[in-house]
Design a protein around this ligand. Structure first.
Ligand code: SF4
Length: 322
């Protein structure tokens, strides 16, 4: 079955939903074969390049929404930092530092259901400054937005909007009750209408079934998303998912490979929770299907040491995309 799938994908064909479900049932050594297929499909469509991005949490905490995994919801007692939108000058300083660290893309993230006009104004100023002073490609992640706000971002130099679907439509009501899956889809469509590229993926390990991971991947493909961030649950104390176990590393790699085969031409971006989800097998993620990675710290948790990351990328012979 794996040979047939590989030949079809390399010839420009697609993986069917039925086949993807069968791939979720592979065990141990078979998963290693799946990773090899993921590697060849990645190299064929994406080459040997690795896209590197970074984020800063420009506004933290105090969010009205109740996403069960999130340290920044005001409904959970997590001790996460709470602060208002950072000033454009502070954001520029952090952007410069990330550029020096090797990041090529930089995203400003703000907690909350959406972004107020006042905070958007500050963010637009920050984007204009960064565009003028650095060579970074700009990305924004401000929750639910409409087409007007998306247009303003585009005019300020933003090229990509990040908004995760988080999980499969059939599982969404179990992870959030204050907004709907459709709200998220509407934001993706608004960003696309404004001419922004979209970065949208999810978190693996929210209590979804393997079949629901496949459902999420096909939704992402259906929406024509350009970049697919894959996060693994890092269970935060004080959230309803405290005590949840992240998926075991082999299952995380299996999931990455299946996402790659479903969306062979998209950037599959390894993001938050990679230490928790992959443990000592992180390097294999770049064989299973990842051709993008987030470096530095995440929103409320520490990331990997930059030196270790860049050594791993060099050891794997990956070329950093410019
Ligand atoms: S994921 Fe976003 S919308 Fe949900 S609680 Fe966290 S900051 Fe709020």
């Amino acid at each position: 079955m794996l040979n047939q799938i590989e030949n079809r994908l390399l010839g420009g064909g697609d993986l069917t939903e039925e086949e993807a479900l069968l791939l979720t049932r592979l065990k141990s050594m078979e998963i290693l074969d799946l990773i090899s297929v993921g590697n060849r499909v990645t190299r064929h469509f994406r080459g040997n390049r690795l896209e590197i991005c970074s984020i800063i949490n420009a506004r933290s905490g105090n969010c009205s929404e109740d996403c069960v995994f999130c340290a920044q919801s005001s409904r959970h007692k997590t001790g996460a930092r709470v602060y208002p939108m950072a000033s454009p000058g502070d954001v520029l300083k952090q952007a410069r530092a990330m550029e020096r660290s090797g990041a090529k893309k930089f995203s400003l993230v703000a907690s909350g259901r959406g972004i107020s006009d006042r905070d958007l104004e500050k963010a637009l100023l920050a984007f204009e400054l960064i565009k003028r002073e650095t060579g970074l490609e700009l990305c924004a992640s401000f929750g639910i937005i409409d087409e007007n706000k998306a247009m303003l971002l585009k005019e300020a130099g933003v090229t990509m909007y990040h908004h995760n679907l988080e999980t499969a439509p059939s599982h969404f009501s179990r992870i959030c009750s204050t907004h709907t899956y459709q709200d998220r889809v509407n934001t993706i469509k608004a960003a696309q209408k404004a001419g922004l590229r979209v970065c949208s993926g999810g978190i693996i390990g929210l209590g979804e079934t393997p079949a629901q991971r496949v459902e999420l991947a096909f939704e992402i493909k259906r929406l024509g998303v350009d970049s697919v961030p894959i996060n693994f649950l890092n269970p935060i104390g004080g959230t309803p998912l405290e005590g949840f176990a992240p998926p075991v590393p082999l299952e995380s790699l299996q999931t990455l490979a299946i996402f790659r085969l479903i969306a062979p031409r998209s950037v599959i971006r390894l993001c938050g929770g990679r230490k928790e989800g992959l443990s000592g097998l992180q390097a294999l993620a770049f064989m299973a299907g990842a051709d993008g990675v987030m470096i530095g710290d995440y929103l409320t948790t520490r990331g990997e040491e930059l030196n270790n990351d860049f050594k791993m990328f060099a050891d794997l012979g990956l070329e950093i995309a410019t």
